[in-house]
Design a protein around this ligand. Sequence first.
Ligand SMILES: *Cc1c(COP(=O)(O)O)cnc(C)c1O
Length: 372
Amino acid sequence: MTAYAQTVRPSAPQLEALTPYDPKYLPADAFLSANENPRDVDEELRRHIMRVLRDVPLNRYPDPLSNELRDLIAEANGVTRDQVLVGNGGDELLFDIALAWGGPGRTFLNMPPTFSVYDNNAQLTNTEIVSVVRDENFDIDEAAVLERVAQGDIDYVIVTSPNNPTGKLADEQFILQLLESTDALVVVDEAYFEFSRKTIRPYLERFENLLILRTFSKAFSLAGVRVGYVLGSPRVIRELIKVRQPYSVDAVSQAIAQVIYEHRALFEPGISAIIAERSRVFDELKRIAKVVPYPSDANYILFRVPQAGRVWQGLYDRGILVRDLSGAPQLEDCLRVTIGTEEQNDEFLDALRTVLADIARQQLQPPAHPSA
Ligand SMILES: *Cc1c(COP(=O)(O)O)cnc(C)c1O
């Protein structure tokens, strides 16, 4: 390759410390790494989607605010259209939140270990990050969070409930205390609420500073389509509309999400199956020596296991892709497995037992003597 006739000057300084998001999505037989629904949209619903898509105008810009979908979501949640905003996945809305409530001279309170996107968005927008780390059981240090917001300089906080990757719901009383004690924007990320069946939604009318984030990517089998939404006060929604990309949710995604949302009751048996499997997998993991699973209210389980990197590789060699979090702060030795179908879960558990037995056997073997 020849040298460039001109090189490019460096990008904005806040990018220097950032690495691009990498979901480590490798080919596998069982994808248990991204918290997706293991069951894709069924045939009948797919045919319905195809019929609807045939009539979507492709030459026209989409409705910028996805108003038809917005109304469906509003109605289902007992709120009005101006309390809902649809985004290109929950991820886009999280970025919009950082743009609207963060920025130079502003501060975000984070509770790691949690979803890495929050920290990234704050860095991108030159928002100061205050981290109040979770305790050894990954519970929020509630007193420390309340004490820190009392200083008055926090502009937004994100409470992930259930928390990703650790799995547990945040305590409702704590969220209410937080909402009462600060006028910071308090985002409650409920990306997994269909699996926890708990929501802070009943308090929307009481707190203008409460914003709830949800997604179609997990329970509704739509990770490939990119649709998420927030529920909040009209004032917060109006600010988010100012920063968002006007056409971020394309016409095809809007149409698909509408069909899915209208038929969301069809996903209920699959969600119930995942919840039942979650407790079965948890119990099985507890029975495996050296494995310590953390309780989960979501569709995944975080577990500690010695030599997690080696275990991850052993699972992957057997066609099972889980998420290796062992390189992240506070998550040493941690892997996260998404709850799949009963079959996939059995494959995962069998593979894990085999991999651990193999590792134990290798360690029992006497070290090879170098031949003199
Ligand atoms: C998956 C996820 C989201 C949103 O994902 P999208 O696919 O962008 O909708 C938001 N928060 C958490 C904690 C998640 O795990």
